[in-house]
Design a protein around this ligand. Sequence first.
Ligand code: AMP
Length: 417
Amino acid sequence: MQKYIDSYDFAGKKAIVRVDFNVPLNENFEITDDTRIRRAIPTLKKVLEKGGSLIIMSHLGRPKKVDPKFSLKHIVARVSECLGVPVQFAEDCQKADAQAAALKPGEVLLLENLRFYAEEEGKPRGLAEDATDEEKKAAKKVVKESQKEFVKKLASYADCYINDAFGTAHRAHGSTALIAAYFPDDKMFGYLMEGEIKAIDNVLKNAGHPFTAIIGGAKVSSKLAVLENMLERVDNLVIGGGMSYTFIKAQGGNIGNSLHEDDLMPQALEILAKAKEKGVKVFLPTMSVVADAFSNDANAKVVPTAEIPEGWEGMDVAAENLAEWKDVILGSKTVLWNGPVGVFEMPNFAKGTLQIAEDLAEATAKGAYTLVGGGDSVAAVTKMGYADKVSYVSTGGGAMLEALEGKDLPGIAAVRE
Ligand code: AMP
């Protein structure tokens, strides 16, 4: 049964904690953004304060073998600094028995990168490019078998398991999902995971109405499942960014050189039809800021989105739509935002995305619940300084996207089961 970190008795116990310390490093192996470390600190400190010891495990990057470039030793000093206690390091996550056994209350051991082992992901490595399906299947069977031993070893180090790695919650990996089975009565979420789960529940289960979802980003294909799931739940669906041009073209508009996916036009029309059937109001950019090149310094003008001239492409939502969308956002009790509504990396085409961030902050101040979920909108809201002016900013791009699609995340399910 799932336990809770606030009520669990950690005194004299060893907790193995899966965190997401997949931080960006520069060419000198210095951390350039330690947000992910800092977000896990409350959970880690709680265990230490309550008299427990810590065995911390994480992945870093996508190594396909043991590779010093991806060693977690690069982050030991920063973790120690953030925790305020020394941090020991186990150079092989599968050979940490003695170090784990020797841990006393208040002590901390960080395990080397879990992904140095293929067993963490449970996927075979080093297969020949021309491997047959049979060979692939056989290799998968081998790694799945050894994965059991890999997970068992990690579990043997500790008395309880905490998952605080939301960023990898959508992966059914050894340390994110399979290990929980070894702690049937001693498994729990860390505070970061609890926060993310609550945020997901706030929009998927307990949303106040009117509920507005703003879905932007480059492609319809990567957001199709989110759009479909949102149709079941929202009152208003705002569709912006590169993906909106597929919808406009599907309706017969001329979109010039704008980003679009012809093969997704039928699905776009289906979404619009379904929205109508369900009484969901859909807001598309009817006016766009267009440019004559994909560049910040390109010539720009505002035109109707369905009449973009050849040689021009949609880069941002125009002011007319933003004013309309603002009313929709401010009139909502719940707002979910995933994906920028323009090419926000270019300052000349970031106005729409900035305005959405501002509107969300204003709606939050008025009492709405606002969730910013998904990689690029999170980057936008953070870059623009609104991260603490909305109700919740998710830390997990892919994981949040899958949760918004309505999928059960393996990392969450394994602890709840
Ligand atoms: P996603 O990862 O799907 O959320 O997409 C984010 C990306 O979509 C960002 O890099 C934006 O620059 C891009 N994007 C947003 N609007 C447009 C647009 N009108 N044309 C091209 N790319 C866009």
